[in-house]
Design a protein around this ligand. Structure first.
Ligand code: LLP
Length: 404
């Protein structure tokens, strides 16, 4: 059943008006305008506690993948909850430090770190750099030597596992640009053994995002476990494993089925608890995805040949996912009403791909009504742009009856 609380526990209708936590959305729209991204602090906390509490044998270091949402309020919330972060640029690294994340909990990932970014990471003494190629490691080795800074290195392994997700966000197949093949790992360890500024002590993987089936994780974890054991036999000791992010969330209650987070935790523990190594996980979407909604106003209803277009003031510049990945976010009216009219819900941008939903049932809408697009907390605002010079949407956090 399409209940709004299936998407975010803190969304509910009261006397026909939609609220998030204790604040009515029409009031938010009046005060902050539209489109506005709005995040429920308690939904983020719930996700975090759910993840943490699923583990019973190990206590993984959770490094929030801040590319999912780098809103400062959210990064500060992660910091207050003692999380680390997974960053992919100098900008993210700088912001995470500003938001109070400890440098010894920062992991730097990414296939194309520049010399300047490597330099910045070394100078800030971060926890580790996840290295994606022999060429990158060579460059880090040279810089570390000249700066006389020792750095932990985790080699990102490409396990050649299909994450069974959208093609554009699959990252663990051998043809993808990410990581080093399993076969090369031993050679890389041996080659850099003499560089005393490189402490190659970890392996990492990340096979993709919005993964809904547990099988790909099972395959990838097994491979990485076997790799740790076979390296150990050759006297190469790994003491840290970064198993990436990728946990999927529900976008459409009627269609999406996702494994239970407790099953994920069991799988992690089955594969790694006995190895006695540190486990790092890098969830992005799981922590913040469901927390966010995008409030948008109906510009007008346009009568079409076959159906009506609901033209709203949010566009693909605010939320790119539907255009880029064909993702289907649920949409609800802010004023309660029975779903009875089929609309194509579209943005104002001059591209046919600027469409959120096709033939979507909604209560009858008119100019100036408000709607919300659900599950936009991850890769919503962080992927937005100023295309058409429309300006960026406002962003607020709601905690109970407070707006932060
Ligand atoms: N770690 C690494 C190395 C990553 O590349 C990513 C995401 C994550 C962790 C976090 O993954 P998550 O837990 O959020 O799935 N823009 C796309 C998603 C791209 C994900 C890129 N990497 C989307 O809107 O679906």
């Amino acid at each position: 059943m399409e209940k709004i609380s299936n998407y975010n526990k803190y969304l509910s209708y009261k006397s026909g008006r939609l609220k998030i936590e204790n604040i009515f959305l029409d009031d938010i729209a009046l005060k902050y305008g539209t489109p506005t991204f709005c995040y429920s602090v308690n939904q983020i906390k719930d996700n975090l506690y759910k993840l943490k509490n699923s583990f019973s044998k190990i206590k993984p270091l959770i490094c929030y993948a801040m590319k999912a949402n780098f809103n400062k309020g959210i990064v500060k919330l992660m910091s207050k909850n003692n999380l680390g972060v997974d960053v992919v640029s100098k900008g993210e690294l700088r912001e995470s430090l500003e938001c109070g994340i400890k440098n010894n909990k920062i992991v730097f990932s990414g296939v194309g770190k520049t010399d300047e970014e490597i330099n910045f990471a070394l100078k800030n003494n971060i926890k580790q750099i996840n290295v994606e190629s022999e060429e990158e490691l060579e460059e880090i080795g040279n810089q570390a030597k000249s700066l006389k800074r020792k750095i932990n290195i985790s080699l990102r392994v490409n396990p050649n596992v299909d994450a069974l997700t959208h093609d554009k966000i699959s990252t663990g197949r051998s043809e993808d640009k990410f990581g080093i093949s399993e076969e090369k790992v031993e050679k890389v360890f041996r080659y850099h053994k003499e560089n005393r500024y490189l402490n190659i002590n970890g392996l990492s993987i990340h096979i993709g995002s919005q993964i809904c089936k547990i099988e790909p994780f099972r395959k990838a974890f097994k491979k990485i476990r076997n790799l740790v054991l076979s390296l150990k036999k050759k006297n190469i000791l790994i003491d840290s494993l970064d198993i990436g992010g990728g946990i999927g969330i529900i976008y459409d209650v009627n269609k999406d089925k996702i494994f239970k987070i407790s099953d994920y935790a069991i799988l992690v523990e089955e594969n790694f608890a006995d190895l006695g190594v540190e486990i790092i996980i890098e969830p992005g979407r799981f922590l913040v995805g469901a927390s966010g909604i995008l409030i948008s106003k109906v510009i007008r209803v346009k009568k079409g040949e076959k159906k009506d277009f609901l033209i709203v003031d949010a566009g693909m510049n605010n939320l790119l996912r539907p255009s880029l990945y064909n993702s289907k976010h649920s949409i609800f009216p802010v004023k309660a009403g029975d779903k009875k009219i089929e609309y194509d819900i579209v943005g104002p941008i001059c591209e046919t791909s600027d469409i959120f939903r096709k033939s979507y049932l909604l209560s009858k809408q008119e100019k100036n009504n408000l709607i919300i697009i659900c599950s936009v907390g991850a890769y919503g605002s962080s992927m937005s742009s100023d295309y058409n010079l429309r300006g960026l949407a406002n962003e607020i956090l709601v905690d109970g009856n407070k707006i932060l």
